[in-house]
Design a protein around this ligand. Structure first.
Ligand code: HEC
Length: 138
């Protein structure tokens, strides 16, 4: 009787241990949050948030970004099917909550399947930031 209880207790312990292991593995596989260094976050967009900037950004995105991020920036471009994590939805709160400097740094640096766009002229990258932030209202 006593041994039966002990064995049951041991089994429960093993099951709990396994569950803990599995959830830890799941956590490790999940994407870590992507945050820009503090100094980068504070950078302000030198371009005015006007129609010209937005149009320039839209054009640069059309050429370089829509295959992954989609024509409307929803993260649903043709190549998104094959990607995990998925390209970010620019209209999402997570992206819209990023500061100008944060977006500029992420666009310039890239991560995983998201290429680094440092080779694009700085002005084009700031125009992209202006364009992405203009998607908030839609
Ligand atoms: C080859 C596919 C691909 C292309 C092309 C691409 N991206 Fe991405 N992008 C991604 C993926 C995948 C992520 C998610 C990366 C992650 O979370 O690790 C991402 C994430 C982002 C983010 C979100 C950062 C955040 O806050 O999480 C921004 C902004 C972004 N891309 C901008 C751009 C811009 C601007 C261009 C064009 C100049 C571009 N991307 C081109 C795949 C792409």
């Amino acid at each position: 009787m006593v041994t039966g209880v002990r064995r049951a207790a041991r089994l429960v312990g093993t099951a709990l241990g396994l569950a803990a292991l599995i959830s830890m593995a799941a956590l490790a596989a999940a994407q870590a949050p992507w945050t820009a260094p503090a100094g980068e976050k504070e950078k302000k967009n030198p371009l005015p948030a006007d129609a010209q900037t937005i149009e320039q950004g839209r054009k640069v995105a059309q050429v370089n970004c829509v295959t992954c991020h989609g024509a409307k920036g929803k993260g649903d471009g043709a190549a998104s099917v094959a990607l995990n994590p998925k390209p970010a939805d620019w209209t999402s709160k997570a992206v819209q909550d990023d500061t100008d400097g944060e977006l500029f740094w992420k666009i310039s640096t890239g991560r995983g399947a998201m290429p680094a766009w440092r080779h694009l002229p700085e002005k084009d990258r700031w125009a992209l930031v202006g364009y992405i932030h203009s998607l908030a209202a839609k």
